[in-house]
Design a protein around this ligand. Structure first.
Ligand SMILES: Nc1ncnc2c1ncn2[C@@H]1O[C@H](COP(=O)(O)OP(=O)(O)OP(=O)(O)O)[C@@H](O)[C@H]1O
Ligand SMILES: [Mg+2]
Length: 152
């Protein structure tokens, strides 16, 4: 499924629509260009989960955790830089999915391709011009196919 986002607001809106559908236990892999809109998309996901806190880029801290009033926990990772602790963190990511309250969202998921679950929602961001991005959603598995049904 392919979208063209013509503005930051549209990217946030797409994230929000997806965030509203999440029930816990999901894995979202964000990949693509630097400045593609991964963090802004995540802001939308947080909105959809009714998280009031400001979402900031976890580039320097690897992980940010946000509690949703829906009794869900958003774990936001950024693997742009791979550091010495990353093997530990990578193992933790897989474990997180054992608790159905957790939602795992990873920027630069291509950098941890060895630990990605088999089923996930892949979202690629491609720069078109200053204001526009191609956003390509690829559901891996039946659950994620259903999840994105009806999005437009
Ligand atoms: N349609 C759009 N959607 C999202 N961001 C856009 C769009 N058009 C322009 N932008 C700009 O592109 C940048 C996207 O930044 P953002 O931090 O979300 O990207 P990112 O993919 O997380 O980058 P990084 O790889 O550094 O983590 C922002 O400066 C934003 O204003
Ligand atoms: Mg980012």
């Amino acid at each position: 499924m392919k979208f063209i986002s013509g503005s930051v607001e549209e990217t946030i809106e797409l994230g929000k629509k997806i965030g509203e559908k999440l029930g816990g236990g999901e894995f979202i892999a964000l990949i693509g260009d630097l400045g593609g809109g991964k963090t802004h998309f995540t802001k939308g996901v947080a909105k959809g989960l009714a998280i009031a806190e400001e979402i900031t880029s976890p580039t320097f801290v690897i992980e940010q955790i946000y509690e949703s009033p829906k009794k869900l926990v958003l774990h936001h990772f950024d693997f742009y830089r791979l550091g010495s602790f990353d093997n530990e963190i990578k193992a933790d990511i897989v474990d997180l999915l054992e608790d159905r309250r957790n939602i795992v969202l990873v920027e630069w998921a291509e950098n941890i391709s060895d630990v990605l679950p088999r089923e996930l929602l892949k979202i690629e961001f491609e720069y078109i011009d200053d204001d526009s991005r191609n956003v390509v959603l690829t559901p891996m598995g039946k659950y994620y196919k259903n999840l994105i049904k009806g999005l437009k």
